[in-house]
Design a protein around this ligand. Structure first.
Ligand code: PLP
Length: 372
């Protein structure tokens, strides 16, 4: 057990997690899904820890989505089941996926091309199991997936459903385009459109006699402000909501009070000739993900809206005031600052340990899995 009990004693940069906020974010999402009547399949990519997964699944350790084989193995090794590897099946990992599928009750893979289906056919599962396959749809997100209106989509769905040793379990669309929204109305328009396109495709499958029992969409913005039509789906798969962040705040997904994570950093230098402070957090402690989208630079400095994190190198960050002269006496060397990350998934990925606190007292440490 750790001996540090107060946040102020932590070596910096340190990634901290407010357990009350995590629990409240989890509870709100569970209740939202219950109200909608859809199964929540929380995504683990944001935190990649066992503890948070327990909170998100309400302790069931069932029905999760992951984005790496490392996560899939980590959760499988620790008693989780009904795991969807929600990433276009990488061909180098088919053998490893087969091992997981053979030892878990339900291990699902996701495909968006015929080559992957052929590879799955070549590696038949033992113990009389079928591959549980999801078809990835691209409903205007523009990353992975087949477009539902493309004739290829129906062809691929049929090919999965008709293949021996394979079952078409569902269709999966990630509405990452909800991050282009600037308010709740725009988020809901994306949620509506993704739901409509997904359900229309499911209808097409039904008409063609292709069995496909499940349909899932989701992102944190769309699941934080769901539209009623989403109740016609079977599942949603958001992940970031467990921490939330400044990006979510900016597009209207969450309130400031919902953001559960911070990066603590200390002032390590004063440079009056350039009106700047130096802090001990560079991009290895925060990530560069905001790409300068914030008026306050790469993060928000909690309690100091007048400050701007203007630049970072590997282990250094530069802070200056948005305007005027910096009052250096307010920020003595060694003083703590708290950064609210722009993208919690990217920031969490930088840290091997999360310091979990309740009211400023450290209660435990969480160790995420890493790698691919
Ligand atoms: C394929 C996929 N599914 C689900 C999610 C979870 O979405 P969010 O991070 O908005 O909660 C992501 C996030 O990037 C994703 O890439």
């Amino acid at each position: 057990m750790i001996s540090i009990t107060s946040i102020q004693q932590l070596f910096t940069p340190a990634f901290t997690v407010d357990i009350q906020k995590v629990k409240s974010n989890a509870k709100n999402m569970i209740e939202r899904c219950q109200t909608l009547g859809v199964q929540l399949r929380p995504h683990m990519k944001t935190h990649k820890t066992l503890e948070c997964a327990d909170i998100m699944t309400g302790g069931s350790r069932r029905c999760i989505a992951v984005s790496t084989l490392a996560e899939a193995r980590f959760y499988a090794d620790n008693g989780f089941d009904d795991i969807l590897y929600a990433y276009p099946l990488p061909l180098d990992k088919v053998g490893a996926c087969a091992e997981l599928a053979e030892c878990l009750e339900m291990f699902h893979v996701l495909v968006d091309n015929e080559v992957a289906v052929t590879e799955l056919k070549k590696r038949r599962l033992q113990v009389e199991k079928s591959w549980l396959v999801w078809l990835k749809l691209d409903c205007n997100n523009g990353r992975a997936g087949v477009q539902p209106e493309d004739t290829m989509a129906l062809k691929l769905a049929k090919s999965i459903a008709d293949s021996e040793g394979m079952e078409l379990v569902g269709v999966y669309a990630h509405c990452g385009n909800s991050y282009e929204a600037t308010n709740v109305k725009e988020i809901q328009a994306v949620a509506q459109e993704t739901t409509r396109a997904t359900l229309k495709f499911v209808e097409k499958l039904e008409k063609a006699g292709v069995r496909c029992p499940r349909s899932s969409i989701g992102s944190t913005p769309s699941c934080s402000h769901p539209v009623s039509n989403m109740g016609c789906l079977n599942e949603v798969h958001p992940g970031n909501y467990i921490f939330y962040d400044v990006q979510q705040l900016m597009i209207g997904s969450c309130q400031m009070d919902d953001i559960a994570v911070r990066v603590l950093t200390r002032v390590i230098g004063h440079y009056p000739h350039r009106n700047q402070l130096l802090i001990d957090c560079g991009w290895t402690g925060l990530s560069l993900h905001s790409l300068g989208k914030l008026p306050t630079g790469y993060a928000l400095v909690e309690g100091h809206p007048e400050l701007k994190l203007v630049g970072m190198t590997q282990e250094h960050g530069k802070i200056e005031p948005s305007s005027g002269k910096l009052d250096f006496e307010k920020f003595p060397l060694g003083s703590l600052l708290s950064l609210i990350p722009y993208h919690a998934c990217a920031t969490a990925a930088m840290h091997p340990v999360y310091y979990v606190h309740s009211d400023g007292r450290i209660i435990t440490e969480w160790k995420p899995t890493r790698g691919w």
